[in-house]
Design a protein around this ligand. Sequence first.
Ligand code: H79
Length: 436
Amino acid sequence: MRTVMLAFIAVMLCAAPLAAQQQGDIGYTPSKENLEAREWFQDAKFGLFVHWGVYATIGKAEWVMHNDKIPIARYQQQADRFNPVKFDADEWCRMVKDAGMKYITITSKHHDGFAMFDSKISDYDIVDRTPYGKDVIKQLADACKRNGLKLYFYYSQLDWHHPDYYPRGRTDIWYTGRGDNGDWYSYLDYMDTQLSELLTQYGPIGGIWFDGMWDKPEDDWRLSRTYRLIHDLQPAAMVGSNHHRQPYPGEDFQMFEKGLPGKDPFSKGGHVSALPLETCETINNSWGYNATDYNYKSVKDLIQYLVKAAGNNANFLLNVGPKPDGAIQDEFKERLAAMGAWLRENNESVYGTRGGPIAPQSWGCTTHKDNMVYVHVLSAEDQAVALPDFGKKIKKAELLSGGKVEYEQSDKGTVIVLPETGRNEYDTVIRLTVAD
Ligand code: H79
């Protein structure tokens, strides 16, 4: 009896990780187009995250339905007030390009379940339920094409509206007014249909940015089936999921929320994979529009975030939450414009680079491309910085903004003396030309 019990406990202990491992498609081999898309993505380095939905009308960010326990019947009334007449997709694209960003990732459906695109399987969407009545995703997709930007779709697997999102997860949505039942696999079918819509109605897209699986990570999400559907419809489209776990097979990039890879508050230290990496962050403390969040990060903080992401071999996805009328607030626009101005001066030390060759240091970090190493000195007080040996002979050191830089290289490493003049208030970039 005891042996049976022990065996039973052993099986129970193994069951959860096993189920999790089986979420992915073991046989996944990325296509040539997909591998090329991954390279493009890593070269691009900087994108705009957009959290926009019915919640903007309340002005308390995208979790308001949950935080304020708003029943579905009440929440849907907000859709009657969603009329973003100031939305101008080309203006958004101009702002994005001017900021030096190369792609946009927008919420096609957040946890509230409301689709910002013209969904055929549901009328819980912007076209059917708002006075605005137009598909903002379509407008943005067309504008991105005109402006040479890639468009990625955020899609929440967690859904506080759909009756078949059952059993519920950690965000137990008892207050919505839905019944205590539901057919989980019907919900997954619904999700797959909406994903098919996103992959067939808007031309070639950059990829799908999943979120919300963390709500009940041990459930059967049929990931392999969903990921295969996406890869079959658009082989170049990249799949990523913000589940805060080691990537599952079928995923093409790995993202981190509110922190550099492995240093974020969610993934508990480990799990930085060899896939292309991305970290996302807010400009104030909110993803969706929050009318009373004035806690804006400085231009310096944001530029240094981008540089540190690059030094950690990751992209930076920086968020705005547009207002319900479709305008983007000046505090966001000003910061994005300042980042763009800095990037125009320092572009070669960011775009097309990869992190390293030297691991991030207390004073800053390094990026590299071909036979160039870019040393990003972020701490203004340093007079000199020490680089550990990285196995290459330095042939030349200069400020990216122009001017020679003194250095001394030995077999233990290199000391770089920072010039008095020509330093940058955000990041002094020194370009090293190294021998092959
Ligand atoms: O879309 C943005 C946020 O709305 C979403 N992801 C970004 C990109 C997000 N969802 N949750 N969070 C951010 C914070 C997560 C909180 C959690 Fe928990 C802690 C999830 C699991 C543990 C709170 C407590 C929710 C469930 C239990």
